[in-house]
Design a binder for this molecule. Structure first.
Ligand code: ADP
Length: 900
């Protein structure tokens, strides 16, 4: 954003230049009266981004200053649009009111930097989605390592991680950060940072020592070790992050939770391609309606939805942790408790729980609204009610996770609850400035000031009645005037008479009325103004004291976390209660069985469209046969089967129920899914390049504990290349990596490997032919596909009849060449041998007898049918002939007789 030299600037512009220099990377919203104004390059950029008028205001060094502005009242909307587009905005406010005879510009300061990753306002955030700012730091001694730290400022959640550079893509896919802050020392050349993401360099480098000191100071501990073990790069990333957050809140660090050094251990590996292919939190097209999350999120609170999303995107590899989560929801849904309606009752209470985590975020950034304090009060109150509901079930059978929730929830902040209940008025205004936030009876001084203010108002009402009588003017009114204060207003016709009264002072007159003041009124005016001002000041003070109490209550973090967790368990309970989702057994070995498993998203879509029943399928990959070769035509349900298997693993290891009759899963350490790879045109790579890069990633990372589901490897190149690559990949997965694998392919030739690879089995999608139509049964059964059905599917898709006919002839020819229709790899590989032969003999492109099927006949027939020779003049007949010639010309290129 171009900023000219500040020399010779007018006083107001000089102030603009100073503030702009403080935040050169942000658009400066410069408050002027009722507008935020933007100047120079900022104005050009913002006017375009917001589609508002770009005008000029004054000149700077002889050139007009480009300017645009947004009104105060609509600022939030404009701000939100800029932030969504990745801009940062520095808000500079007027810190004083204009005074009479004031010289020079008003005092202004940047009170806040609004950036995509540091938001706290509900209007700018999505309720069920975390909003992360991610900081990345260069590894010190370990050059190949990165330090990562991320925060959701709206809830105060902070985590850190040390990771190899190669794993950054995975972390980015998992967190989907709104903003990325980079260590100035970080080499970014090979990092997968999207050019469009809001990325910014931190202004200054930090040594690890300084970083540790800063972190310790921010969290008020003497030594950083008190918080956990952080690597140098983790500490650097975290300290940069804290500095940036502090800067965004104009120097004040909001209350953040203690950072959690997470480590990758214990989390299932899911690379970006896998996440994209499985549509866990987001569909490929960026929408969120048909995703795994949307199908299972039966949560009733926003914080619950955010936690559920976090669990789904970080499935665990720890069977004990998984079992603990399963115990919790199984217990909630057990027969005795479901008869008592426990889950429903808890859910009903949870529905009223406000988003306390985000309210705390605003309270700690000094942007608390009255309703934020009410949110804390209501949360504490509901937490007590929830634990009371759970109390009768406290027996030795209560699982640990629920017991801990109960302990985190009950009576943790009684004194705060009492205080807030007593302090807050029963109905609250939207803003503190509106007054009336603190309840009557809470603070005697506030009550006194309020009654002084209100009494004086009553006195004024009484005085008005008195004066009406005294001066015999029924229309006399006492009104408050913005400049004159309280005045007596009478119709102009009475003005002259009242001017004679010594106790009244004439102040102002218009054509229709006259205004007077009196000593008594001025005294009342002063009393009311003072009392109102004092009441407002005291109310603000009481409010801030309450906010301080809230921030001094660390139990609130645990309470909000426990409520979110309970919500997630109840969502799981709801899935399980349908009777169609089971509790999977997750074990330390490498077994793998899913009985009658379903794809939850496709199933829901079918139900929604009334499109018939979803066909469940089992999937077994026992240690003796851990690789499955899956064949079958397009549209038969291969991708659905692959995806549902992968989704079942994610659900199971996130600790959730699984849409199946039964499931036993030996814990999966990394899951690779390559199903329906999308073109990566944005990054200028061809489909085949993307496919090979993703295959390479699997072959370089998968191991005996991994699960690989791949579809159509090798389809993006020539048949021979593709078959060879698929063949070699399957061999490697089977014999070198030993990964549990489902390998879906169109290359039936791979069937030849069945005899050679001992752990390979074959399965196919069953298809029936009925009255010449292909019927997909979506059922997986043992064996290889008998034939391909590609032409049937092509017909369903509406390929022109002539092309289909030609393809059928060619197919018959090719099949004859390779030794009989439906031949599958059990014979020597025909395609390989075909490749070594001279050019195969193709059938004649168009034998003469095919003339009857020449598409031009159809055109000719249609054309003639439309003509009535009796109604044509010779000239029209001539023109018709030309038209016909034109139409047939379009088909000449395809004509079998082109060369004849
Ligand atoms: P393929 O990968 O073999 O081309 P898909 O998995 O994309 O086939 O499935 C094609 C369509 O068939 C899906 O969109 C879905 O509507 C339907 N389908 C797939 N599997 C099933 C199933 N098990 N039960 C019912 N319908 C299914």
């Amino acid at each position: 954003m171009a900023v000219p030299s500040p020399e010779n600037a007018s006083p107001a512009m000089a102030q603009w230049f100073t503030l702009k220099a403080q935040e050169p990377d942000a658009l400066l919203f410069f408050r002027m009266g009722d507008f935020y104004e933007l100047f120079f390059g900022d104005a050009q950029v913002a006017s375009m981004a917001l589609d508002i008028a770009l005008t000029k205001r004054g000149t700077h060094n002889g050139a007009p200053i480009p300017m645009c502005g947004v009104p105060m009242g609509a600022a939030q909307t404009y701000l939100s649009r800029l932030i969504k587009r990745g801009f940062r905005v520095a808000v500079a406010e007027q810190l004083e009111q204009p005074r009479k005879g004031q010289k020079g510009p008003l005092k202004r300061e940047i009170i806040r930097l609004v950036t995509p990753g540091t938001l706290t306002e509900d209007e700018l955030l999505e309720a069920g989605r975390a909003n992360f700012l991610l900081a990345l730091a260069q590894g010190g001694r370990r050059r190949n390592c990165l330090g990562a730290a991320w925060v959701d400022v709206s809830t105060g959640h902070v985590e850190t991680l040390s990771l190899p550079r190669a794993e950054l893509a995975e972390l980015l896919a998992r967190l989907d950060p709104s903003e990325i802050l980079l260590d100035p020392a970080l080499e970014t050349k090979d990092l997968p940072l999207r050019p469009g993401a809001a990325t910014i360099r931190a202004p200054a480098r930090l040594t690890p020592e300084r970083a540790r000191t800063r972190m310790a100071a921010a969290y008020k501990v003497a030594q950083l070790d008190a918080l956990g073990e952080f690597s140098d790069e983790e500490a650097t990333a975290c300290a940069l992050l804290l500095d940036y957050v502090r800067r965004s809140q104009a120097g004040q660090l909001p209350r953040l939770q203690r950072p959690l050094p997470t480590g990758q251990a214990g989390v299932m590996g899911l690379d970006p391609a896998t996440r994209q292919s499985l549509e866990i939190l987001q569909a490929r097209d960026g929408t969120e309606t048909h995703t795994l999350l949307s199908t299972v999120a039966h949560t009733v609170t926003a914080a619950g939805t955010r936690l559920l999303a976090r669990w789904l995107s970080t499935p665990s590899t720890d069977p004990a942790l998984i079992a603990a989560r399963q115990d919790a929801w199984s217990w909630l849904g057990s027969e005795a408790r479901s008869q008592a309606g426990l889950a429903q009752d808890l859910r009903q209470l949870l529905r009223s729980v406000p988003d306390c985590a985000r309210a705390l975020g605003r309270i700690s950034t000094g942007r608390a609204l009255p309703r934020d304090l009410a949110a804390v009060r209501d949360t504490l109150h509901l937490a007590d009610l929830l634990t009371e509901k759970l109390a009768p079930y406290r027996t030795s059978a209560m699982p640990g996770a629920i017991r801990q929730l109960g302990a985190a929830l009950y009576g943790r902040a009684d004194s705060l609850l009492e205080r807030l209940t007593a302090a807050l008025a029963p109905t609250l205004p939207a803003r503190l400035e509106d007054g009336g936030v603190i309840a009557a009876g809470f603070d005697p001084e506030l009550d006194r000031l309020r009654s002084l203010r209100d009494d004086s108002r009553r006195v004024i009402a009484r005085l008005q009645a008195e004066l009406v009588g005294k001066y015999s003017i029924n229309t006399l009114r006492i009104r408050h005037h913005s400049q004159l204060g309280y005045v007596i207003e009478v119709p102009a016709s009475h003005g002259a008479r009242l001017k004679e009264r010594p106790e009244l002072h004439y102040r102002q007159g218009t054509a229709s009325l006259a205004r007077f003041s009196s000593e008594e009124l001025s005294q009342l005016d002063r009393t009311i103004a003072e009392a109102s001002e004092q009441a407002a000041t005291l109310e603000r003070h009481l409010f801030e004291t309450l906010a301080g109490h809230v921030l001094d209550t660390p139990a609130l973090d645990e309470i909000t976390a426990a409520l979110a967790e309970l919500d997630v368990y109840l969502a799981c309970e709801k899935l399980a209660a349908s009777g169609r989702w089971c509790r999977p057994k997750v074990t330390e070995d490498t077994r793998f069985t899913l009985r009658a498993c379903r794809h939850p998203v496709v199933e829901a879509a079918l139900e929604h469209q009334g499109g018939g029943r979803f066909m469940p399928n089992s999937c077994t990959l026992p240690p003796a046969h851990y690789v499955m070769l899956l064949t079958g035509p397009n549209m038969a349900g291969k991708s659905t089967f692959l995806r549902q298997t992968a989704l079942a693993v994610i659900l199971a290891q996130a600790g959730f129920p699984v849409p199946a009759e039964g499931a036993e899963i030996g814990v999966v350490d990394r899951l690779f899914s390559r199903v329906g790879a999308a073109d990566d045109l944005a990054r200028g790579r061809s489909t085949f390049m993307v496919e090979m890069t993703e295959t390479a990633a699997i072959l370089n990372q998968a191991g005996p504990r991994s699960l690989v589901v791949v579809d159509e490897i090798g389809r993006g190149t020539s048949t021979l290349d593709g078959l060879s690559i698929a063949w070699a990949t399957l061999e490697a997965l089977h014999s070198q990596l030993g990964a549990r694998t489902i390998f879906a392919t169109h290359f039936h030739e791979l069937g030849a490997l069945l005899g050679r690879l001992p752990h390979l089995t074959a399965a196919t999608m069953s298809v029936r032919e009925w009255e010449g139509e292909v019927v997909f049964q979506h059922e997986v059964k043992p064996g290889l596909a008998g034939r391909s059905w590609g032409l049937h599917v092509a017909r369903l898709a509406g390929l022109p009849a002539a092309v289909l006919k030609r393809a059928r002839r060619l197919l018959a020819h090719f099949e004859q060449e390779r030794g009989g229709a439906g031949a599958v790899g059990v014979q020597p590989l025909p395609l390989f041998t075909a490749g070594l032969q001279a050019e195969p003999q193709l059938p004649d492109a168009a034998p003469p007898q095919a003339a009857a099927e020449d598409p031009r006949h159809e055109i000719l027939e249609a054309f003639l049918a439309d003509l009535d020779p009796d109604c044509l003049t010779p000239r029209q007949a001539h023109e018709a002939l030309y038209r016909l010639q034109e139409r047939l010309k379009g088909h000449l290129g395809n004509s079998p007789e082109r060369n004849s």
